[in-house]
Design a protein around this ligand. Structure first.
Ligand code: NDP
Length: 290
């Protein structure tokens, strides 16, 4: 059976990939974008072009929003807010949990239902078997639209609070981005001695592949807030990162990343965790220095 029509608002790489995936599954799609010309490819592939926000909202019961930030949603749709009644708005844009809460309240005030989404793949993998997205908001709304949304990414429901999907999304991006920046920093350290990234990065990949081993037991440690020393004490790690910060300064590269990590280990030392396992740095993160 044919799935109901969808409007896609926002045609950056993600919105274009979503519109394309829906069209591939014979879903009737209307597209709406601030810069109208960016809709040309989707229109050539069979989408309908909405010229106004009113047109975009009237075209389908499900409206998927994929914009740079939450503010853009208001910039685009506020003028037609009186057409929101009875619609389901699914915002898959980046934002903060608070922004999602305000957006949900805004949508509900105008008679719409609202789901927050956080999609965990790049545009090239939208619609792929590996793709998944966190959703929060009213469960029955996700259930009602899950056949359509599952075409883009496997839905993972994380709770009724509208902010939750973005918190999950951000937590994983927090890890992702700090890992990428850590990799760039390590490469810069090696480059200061003339070692090419091409030579160094295979070792970085090996280390990242070993990370599950280092995370073994971390969940229990954090949930119980007990950090047994199984061969890597906090004091040992604090000394090691101190050396990395100093070496970065000596190499005249930016040392703020290792210095920030060093400061967290130092703070955990101050809290008395020197003889505990290095996972006790968690205590410094949840009890920041005043
Ligand atoms: P872009 O930042 O390229 O999205 C641009 C879209 O936002 C365009 O449609 C643009 O319109 C619109 N836009 C921006 N500001 C405004 C505004 N003030 N008013 C109206 N429209 C505006 O992002 P992507 O397509 O790459 O991603 C979309 C969302 O998905 C982002 O929130 C991103 O963080 C998230 N995401 C992206 C991933 C990726 O790999 N790209 C992966 C996972 C999530 P115009 O064309 O007129 O400029």
């Amino acid at each position: 059976a044919q799935l109901p029509a969808v409007t896609v608002v926002g045609l950056g790489p993600m919105g274009r990939a979503m519109a394309g995936t829906l069209l591939d599954h014979a879903v009737p799609v209307t597209v709406f974008n601030r810069t109208a010309s960016r809709a040309d490819a989707a229109v050539a592939a069979g989408a309908r072009r909405a010229i106004t926000a009113k047109d975009a909202l009237d075209a389908a019961d499900l409206v998927i929003v994929s914009l740079t930030h939450y503010r853009a949603m208001y910039d685009l749709l506020e003028s037609a807010a009186d057409r929101l009644a009875g619609k389901v708005l699914v915002n898959l844009s980046s934002g903060t949990p608070r922004e999602a809460e305000r957006a949900a309240a805004w949508a509900v005030r105008h008679g719409a239902e609202f789901l927050t989404g956080g999609i965990m793949v790049p545009a090239t993998l939208v619609g792929d078997d590996t793709a998944y997205a966190f959703y929060s908001g009213p469960r029955e709304v996700l259930d009602r639209w899950s056949d359509t949304l599952a075409l883009l990414a496997r839905p993972e429901y994380v709770g009724a609070d509208p902010g939750l999907a973005l918190l999950w999304y951000q937590a994983l991006l927090d890890l992702f981005m700090t890992t990428l920046v850590g990799t760039s920093h390590a490469a810069a350290l090696m480059k200061s001695a003339g070692v090419q990234a091409e030579t160094f990065l295979p070792y970085a990949s090996d280390l990242l592949a070993q990370m599950p081993f280092f995370l073994d037991g971390a969940a229990e440690e954090i949930d119980r807030r007990e950090y047994p020393d199984v061969g890597a004490s906090l004091a040992m790690m604090a000394a090691g990162i101190d050396h990395i910060a100093t070496t970065s300064e000596d190499a005249q590269i930016d040392s703020r990343l290792p210095a920030a990590v060093r400061d967290l280990y130092r703070r955990a030392l101050d809290l008395g965790f020197g003889g505990h396992g290095s996972g006790s740095v968690y205590e410094a993160i949840v009890a920041p220095a005043q």
